[in-house]
Design a protein around this ligand. Structure first.
Ligand SMILES: [Fe+2]
Length: 303
């Protein structure tokens, strides 16, 4: 792990494979369960509950002790990002960092803002929503993270998400469940900020925290995660109708090949089904179309 405190970045080995990066493009999220120690999870909760004195590793330029004290008391207690123990064991957690390095390239930018989504359980579910200021597109310029510092079983209303809902506008009935994130203390959900999500209904008792923050890309994308020698761009599964074209575009963008990406539509690549007797036509098309992420064209292609 190479942590550049002055530039607020880190670098480390990528831990995701081609298959896992493509899976992230398809689902819009990945989870890591219980990867932070109990001691650090407890310390995080104590910090958030005001039971632990602040000990920032430095005072950022332009801020004063009084500013830090004020920030800590808000619903955005970003001062936790200045605690050495939080940086080392949560922000730079080996498994979290390896996945982020795979998706965001070298010198990943560390978060500058934290939101504490705390709720006193029991509480009703939130409405389904895609967060403010999201953008639909092939770019993966940042990854948002949910960190659950205490055990967050279903009774404690973990955030629910809808796999694959990050590629375009999505609505969902309140009665329809999603996939719960959460799990044992120290669990993470790394996801596209555009994904449809909500706080789940809770029936348990007590205060539940969930910290939300984003890591940022600082360089051009390239395929520098773990390459699988037999990974086949032509025959991989990118998703079904109205999804595969966007997923493949995102994967190509991450490979640094976003500009080359073109599709011919219909049952052509990147769409495929397991019942074909040969690979889909249209792979590597030069004169094809780009998916229309803005949804301005009736056929879903931009040009
Ligand atoms: Fe939200």
């Amino acid at each position: 792990m190479n942590h550049d405190a002055a530039n607020r970045t880190f670098d480390c080995e990528s831990t995701l494979t081609d298959t896992q990066v493509l899976e992230f493009c398809r689902n819009g999220f990945l989870t890591l369960e219980g990867v932070v120690s109990d001691e650090i999870n407890q310390r995080t909760c104590d910090y958030l509950n005001g039971k632990l004195p602040a000990n920032p590793c430095f005072i950022p330029e332009g801020l004063t002790d009084a500013d830090l004290e004020r920030i800590r008391s808000t619903h955005e207690p970003s001062t936790i990002l200045l605690e050495d123990w939080f940086i080392e064991h949560v922000l730079l957690n080996e498994q979290v960092a390896g996945a982020l390095r795979s998706l965001l390239g070298k010198h990943v930018g560390l978060p500058v803002l934290v939101s504490d989504h705390s709720v006193e359980c029991p509480a009703p579910a939130q409405g389904w929503h895609q967060d403010a200021d999201h953008i639909f597109g092939p770019e993966v310029n940042f990854i948002e993270v949910f960190y659950f510092p205490q055990d967050t079983p279903l009774e404690m209303g973990p955030t629910e998400i809808v796999p694959g809902s990050h590629i375009g506008p999505a609505q969902r009935d309140a009665a329809d469940p999603g996939v719960p994130t959460g799990g044992p203390a120290g669990s993470f959900a790394l996801h596209s900020q555009s994904i449809l999500h909500r706080r789940g209904e809770s029936s348990g008792k007590g205060l539940r925290h969930m910290l939300k923050y984003s890591y940022w890309r600082t360089g051009a994308p390239e395929r520098d995660w773990i390459i699988e020698p037999d990974f086949d761009f032509h025959r991989s599964y990118y998703g079904g109708h109205r999804a595969a074209r966007y997923v493949a575009h995102m994967f190509y963008w991450l490979c640094g090949k976003g500009d080359e990406f073109r599709v011919i539509g219909g049952q052509g690549w990147p769409w495929s089904t397991e019942n074909q007797i040969g690979p889909s036509y249209g792979f590597g098309a030069v004169g094809g179309y780009l998916p229309d992420w803005r949804r301005n064209n009736l056929d879903g292609y931009a040009n």
